[in-house]
Design a protein around this ligand. Structure first.
Ligand SMILES: Cc1ncc(COP(=O)(O)O)c(C=O)c1O
Length: 452
C-alpha cells in the first residue's frame, strides 16, 4: 500500500497570489499598525489567518448553488438544508443564521441573564463576548492537560468533569442555564473532545437538568479524531460518530464557515420547542425570516452539501495529515508547538519561542508579525492581545484553509518558520497604542516597544 497522502481533489480554477519584497512588507506592517488583521489580503502571500470561510468549494457545491431557491419564505433550499443538517445533527429545530456568532448571540440572549454562569471547555472569543454581552460569566473548564502546550494527550479538548461538578455545586444549578462543549476546542489548540467525555458531560448535565449545547464548528474533524484515537470507533464512519456525538446534546451553534465547507453561514439547533420559538422571534428581528436567516438560498445549498462532504473519509484523512505535516516538520527542528497537532491549525507556543518577551509585550503578536516580515505569511495571535490578562497561553495560530493550499505551499511555510526560529533572539516585543473596549485584537494598533 502507498504511504503518501495526497490532496484528494484536482484543481479546476486558480487564484494567483502575489509576492512582495521585505521592504514592501516593512512598510505595509507599519501602515497596518503591526496588526495583521489590518493588512490588505492582496499583500499576503500565504494567508493562514483563519480557516473560517476561506475554504474552496467543490464542484458539487457550485452545482448546488445553481439550484438556490431565493424565495423569501419556505424555499426548497431551506428544506434541503434542514434535511442535511438533521441527518447529521439530529436536532428537532434548525435555524439558519449568517454565521456562528449570530447563532451564539440568539442562543445566549434567549437562555441567559445577568449573573448566570456558562461553562465551556474553552469559549471561543466571540462565544465569550456573546455570553458576557448578556451579563453572564463565561467559565473555561478544559482538562489541565489542555492548558499545557507541550503535553501530549489524545483528547486535550475534553472538559474537566470534576471542575464542572464543583462549579455546579458552588454556584447552583439555577445559575447555569446551559453547558457548552466546543468541538474541536479552537482556542485550546484545535484539540478534540473524546466521546467518553461527551457522554460523561452529558450525563452530569442531565442529572442536574442542565441542557448541553455543542459549539459544533469543527464537528467533522472531532469525529475523525475519535475514529483515530478512541477505542471502539475504528470501524465507524465519521458520520456515524458525529451522529453519536450530537445524540448526547440538546442543541448546537454552528459556523458553517468551518466544517460546513462554505464561505458564509451558520445555524442554531435545539430540541426545545419553546426556546426555538423565542429564538426564531429574535432571528426575525435581526437576521431574517426563519427559512433563510440572513443567508441566500444558494448559501443554504452550499452548506447542505458541504457538511456532508466534510465527513468524507478521504477528505478528513488528508485534512488531518496535512495539518500534522506542518506541525511535525517544525517541531522536529525544535519549534515549540501545541502537541499533538490539532485538526485545523498548528499553534506555536510564542512564550516558549520568545522567552525574552514578557506577556505585556505580546510575544504572539511579535512572532506573527515576524512571520509576515520574513515570508508574507499571515497568522493570528491567540493570547494576551486577544484575551487580555485572562490569557493562559500566548499562541500563534497557523490555520489551514480547507482544500486551498498544496504541500509545496506548506513546505514554504515550514521554511519561513525555521528561518525565523534561527534569529528569534533578535525579535522585539510590542506595545499597544489603541484598543477597542471589546474584541480588541481585531482593531488594535501597536508599535515596537522600543519606540519611545
Ligand atoms: C469554536 C468557534 N466558535 C464560534 C466561532 C464563530 O463563528 P463565526 O466566525 O462564523 O461567527 C468560531 C469562529 O472561528 C469558532 O472557531
Amino acid at each position: 500500500m502507498t504511504r503518501t497522502i495526497i490532496e484528494p481533489f484536482r484543481i479546476k480554477s486558480v487564484e494567483p497570489i502575489r509576492w512582495t519584497t521585505r521592504k514592501d512588507r516593512e512598510h505595509l506592517l507599519r501602515a497596518a499598525h503591526y496588526n495583521l488583521f489590518l493588512l490588505p489580503a492582496a499583500d499576503v502571500l500565504i494567508d493562514l489567518l483563519t480557516d473560517s470561510g476561506t475554504g474552496a468549494m467543490s464542484t458539487h457545491q457550485w452545482a448546488a448553488i445553481m439550484e438556490g431557491d431565493e424565495s423569501y419564505a419556505g424555499s426548497k433550499s431551506f428544506d434541503r438544508f434542514r434535511k442535511s443538517v438533521q441527518d447529521i445533527f439530529g436536532f428537532e429545530h434548525v435555524i439558519p443564521t449568517h454565521q456562528g456568532r449570530a447563532a451564539e448571540r440568539i442562543l445566549f440572549s434567549v437562555m441567559c441573564k445577568k449573573g448566570d454562569v456558562v461553562p465551556n471547555n474553552t469559549h471561543f472569543d466571540t462565544t465569550r463576548a456573546n455570553v458576557e454581552a448578556v451579563g453572564a460569566e463565561a467559565v473555561d473548564l478544559v482538562i489541565p492537560e489542555g492548558k499545557q502546550p507541550s503535553v501530549v494527550h489524545p483528547f486535550k479538548g475534553s472538559m474537566d468533569l470534576a471542575a464542572l461538578q464543583s462549579l455546579i455545586e458552588r454556584v447552583g444549578r439555577e445559575r447555569i442555564p446551559l453547558v457548552m462543549l466546543t468541538v474541536t476546542n479552537n482556542s485550546g489548540g484545535g484539540q478534540p473532545v473524546s466521546m467518553e467525555n461527551i457522554r460523561q458531560v452529558s450525563a452530569l448535565c442531565h442529572r442536574h437538568k442542565i441542557p448541553l449545547y455543542f459549539d459544533a464548528c469543527r464537528f467533522a474533524e472531532n469525529a475523525y479524531f475519535i475514529k483515530l484515537r478512541e477505542q471502539g470507533y475504528e470501524s465507524k464512519t465519521p458520520k456515524q460518530i458525529a451522529q453519536e456525538m450530537f445524540s448526547h446534546g440538546d442543541g448546537c451553534t454552528m459556523s458553517a464557515k468551518k466544517d460546513g465547507m462554505a464561505n458564509i453561514g451558520g445555524f442554531l439547533c435545539t430540541n426545545d420547542d419553546l426556546l426555538a420559538q423565542q429564538q426564531k422571534d429574535l432571528l426575525i428581528l435581526s437576521e431574517g425570516y426563519p427559512t433563510y436567516g440572513g443567508l441566500a438560498g444558494r448559501d443554504l445549498e452550499a452548506i447542505a452539501v458541504g457538511i456532508q462532504e466534510a465527513l468524507e473519509e478521504d477528505y478528513l484523512r488528508y485534512r488531518i495529515a496535512s495539518t500534522a505535516y506542518l506541525g511535525s516538520h517544525i517541531a522536529e527542528q525544535g519549534v515549540p508547538i501545541v502537541q499533538p497537532p490539532g485538526g485545523h491549525a498548528i499553534y506555536i507556543d510564542a512564550r516558549a519561542f520568545l522567552p525574552h518577551i514578557s506577556q505585556s509585550q505580546f510575544p504572539g503578536v511579535a512572532l506573527g508579525t515576524e512571520l509576515y516580515l520574513e515570508g508574507g505569511i499571515r497568522s493570528v495571535e491567540i493570547g494576551s492581545l486577544m484575551f487580555g490578562p485572562a490569557a493562559t497561553m500566548d499562541l500563534v495560530r497557523l490555520a489551514i484553509p480547507r482544500r486551498v493550499y498544496t504541500q509545496s505551499h506548506i513546505d514554504y511555510v515550514v521554511e519561513v518558520i525555521l528561518e525565523v526560529w534561527k534569529h528569534r533572539e533578535n525579535i522585539q516585543g510590542l506595545k499597544l497604542t489603541y484598543e477597542a473596549p471589546f474584541l480588541r485584537h481585531f482593531t488594535a494598533r501597536l508599535e515596537p516597544a522600543s519606540n519611545s
